[in-house]
Unconditional design. Structure first.
Length: 243
């Protein structure tokens, strides 16, 4: 076995070990999107035994995008005590916006472990109540799990992957330059959002979708909708209109 092959086996074993350690560190964050513009009974989606935050948002809402990572971090730090349920209103004319008479977003609802409403309204107010019930304003402090071991494991995985890829690369044949698919330019101002593995991703330009489909990064029957619209189609149908 060549030295390079030995190095590759060691690095692969290291990655497997680190990932197995990470898998045993605790439950995954409990975050679900329960509506994309349609009417929904949020009480039926609450997590028994956990605090539940219902986050009404839209992809075009700047403050919504700011609060989302904060909720994600809290859910990661408190997987056994906090659930996030996201409701994408799409636009102000959607059925779910009318159902809950929303006048502004982000709009949050906080329910206790028995399903009783604790707080509702703007993000600042609800987040303060949430932090009080979690027992700390600091993610990873008392009432939540420390994220430090996760960051350490993540760093080890990144280092191992970097060394593995560097060992396999050839200085004589540099890899082709690729165009990123996540871009914020004029082409995505009215771009497309796609359901990928039960998560709404985007916006993508139509050219990005064509490239992703060609390289089989997304299936042709994946659901897609144009930004700000509630009508769903498929990626294949979007690409057909380009031809």
């Amino acid at each position: 076995m060549t030295p390079t092959a030995v190095q590759n086996h060691i690095l692969v074993a290291l990655i497997a070990f680190v990932l197995s350690c990470a898998a045993g560190m605790g439950a995954a964050q409990d975050i679900q999107t329960i509506s994309h513009g349609d009417r929904v009974d949020i009480t039926g989606s609450l997590a028994p035994g956990k605090l539940t935050v219902v986050d009404f948002y839209a992809d075009w809402c700047g403050p919504c995008r700011s609060i989302a990572p904060k909720l994600d971090r809290l859910a990661t730090a408190n997987p056994d005590g906090l659930a996030i349920r996201k409701v994408d209103i799409i636009n102000w004319d959607s059925a779910v916006a009318a159902q809950y008479r929303l006048q502004s977003i982000p709009h949050l609802k906080l329910f206790d472990r028995d399903g009783r409403l604790l707080a509702e309204g703007n993000a600042g107010h609800v987040m303060r109540v949430l932090n009080n019930h979690l027992g700390s304003n600091d993610i990873g402090a008392e009432g939540g799990r420390s994220l430090t071991p996760i960051f350490i494991l993540g760093g080890l995985v990144s280092l191992a992957i970097f060394l593995l890829l560097r060992g396999r690369s050839s200085p004589k044949t540099p890899g082709p330059q690729t165009t990123p698919v996540h871009r914020s330019d004029e082409r995505t101002a009215s771009g497309w959002f796609v359901m990928i593995q039960n998560s709404l991703e985007g916006p993508f330009a139509e050219e990005d979708l064509e490239e992703m489909l060609r390289h089989r990064r997304i299936p042709g029957n994946a659901k897609a909708r144009r930004r700000g619209q509630s009508t769903w189609t498929t990626v294949e149908e979007v690409i057909e209109h380009l031809m």
